[in-house]
Design a protein around this ligand. Structure first.
Ligand code: AMP
Ligand code: MG
Length: 340
């Protein structure tokens, strides 16, 4: 299959992509979080193609994207008061709500769960595409399963060229990590995956919000997580990633003492001058937004420079940094060394 690369700024591009969605095809779609691999959410056959293109495990459900709050009504059993409040505060934006699903949601989307994740993205191209398609859009991240998510159209082409109908290029993603997932199907609500909307922001609207154990910790072997995407290893480059937990001095000393062929560093912006191995940066030490935006690009870049062992600076799990911590821990398979 020839994969079309469409420039979203060009006339007719969004309409062409919408036509592909309507006829059961797959499109790489820009959103503010990461690129999504989009299909008609109401067409089980089209959704099944997403799993094939990504090599995605069959038990990992997809998020359904809408372009107006009113579209949620027929996708879920009911819209609780808490969902309305959250939507009012943070939609459109990088937050997914899990609610009990309606019969319209095919099993291919919810993979056997009684619930569905719904998101109303803020990216103008995503919104225009959903509206033009005239159907809700199911979309997981547009990467090969297990690899770092895609935050540019070029990343999507690298993973999906020849496997999907088109990629709609809307430029680089501004948030850079996947949406926050909060389930309202349990009481109190529970954070399943941290993202661009922080835990503090959720609590400001909902009061008590519990944090699922899988957000900070590896799952015990064989356990089924509430959010199947939180499985052990994920978002991972080919290189072996080891997180070093310590201050800047201790980090630089450790990396420099372990230099050798294939060794590389993933450090905060500005620290590269202290490091005597090839270094890739992912935002300043307290700039959690920049860390989130740059993380996946940095992980992909480490593979491009041929890194085999990557020593990563440990992110601080604060604000949006919690999402960065969560993704990098999985990229490292929770391999953390405490130093200094
Ligand atoms: P991705 O868009 O690739 O980040 O994948 C979507 C993620 O959303 C999955 O990995 C799931 O963990 C999560 N998800 C989607 N639907 C549900 C649901 N109904 N309940 C819990 N988690 C969900
Ligand atoms: Mg994903």
């Amino acid at each position: 299959m020839q994969t079309l690369l469409l420039n979203a700024a060009e006339k007719g591009a969004v309409e062409k992509a919408a036509e592909i969605i309507r006829s059961g095809g797959l499109v790489g779609m820009p959103t503010e979080t990461v690129y999504g691999l989009a299909a008609n959410a109401l067409d089980g056959k089209a959704v099944a193609k997403i799993f094939a293109a990504k090599g995605r495990p069959q038990d990992n459900p997809l998020i359904v994207h809408i372009s107006d709050f009113s579209q949620i009504g027929r996708l879920v059993r009911s819209v609780p008061e808490k969902a309305k409040k959250l939507a009012e505060a943070y939609w459109p934006g990088p937050m997914t709500m899990v609610l009990e699903k309606s019969e319209l949601i095919p099993d291919e989307v919810s993979t056997g769960l009684p619930t569905v994740g719904i998101r109303f993205p803020s990216h103008p191209v995503a919104r225009a595409l959903i509206t033009a398609a005239g159907v809700p859009i199911a979309a997981p991240s547009a990467n090969t399963s297990g690899l770092p998510s895609t935050t540019t159209a070029q990343h999507v082409m690298r993973d999906m060229n020849g496997k999907i109908d088109a990629v709609l290029d809307g430029g680089p993603c501004s948030v850079g990590v996947e949406s926050t997932i909060v389930t309202l199907a349990s009481d109190p609500p529970r954070l399943l995956r941290p993202g661009g909307i922080t835990l503090e922001q959720l609590r400001a609207v909902l009061g008590r919000v519990d944090v699922d154990r899988a957000v900070m910790n590896p799952l015990p072997k064989g356990a089924r997580p509430l959010s199947p995407g939180m499985k052990y290893k994920h978002y991972s480059p080919k290189a072996n990633v080891v997180i070093l937990d310590g201050n800047e001095r201790a980090y630089a000393d450790y990396v420099n003492a372990h230099r050798g062929p294939g060794v590389a560093a993933l450090c905060y912006t500005g620290e590269e001058k202290l490091i005597r191995v090839p270094a890739v940066t992912y935002g300043g030490e307290t700039d959690y937004g920049a860390q989130a935006r740059d993380l996946f690009e940095a992980l992909r870049h480490l593979d491009e420079i041929g890194a085999e062992t990557v020593y990563a600076r440990c992110p601080e799990p604060k604000g949006v940094g919690l999402a960065v911590y969560n993704r990098l821990m999985r990229a490292a398979g929770f391999e953390v060394l405490r130093i200094g």
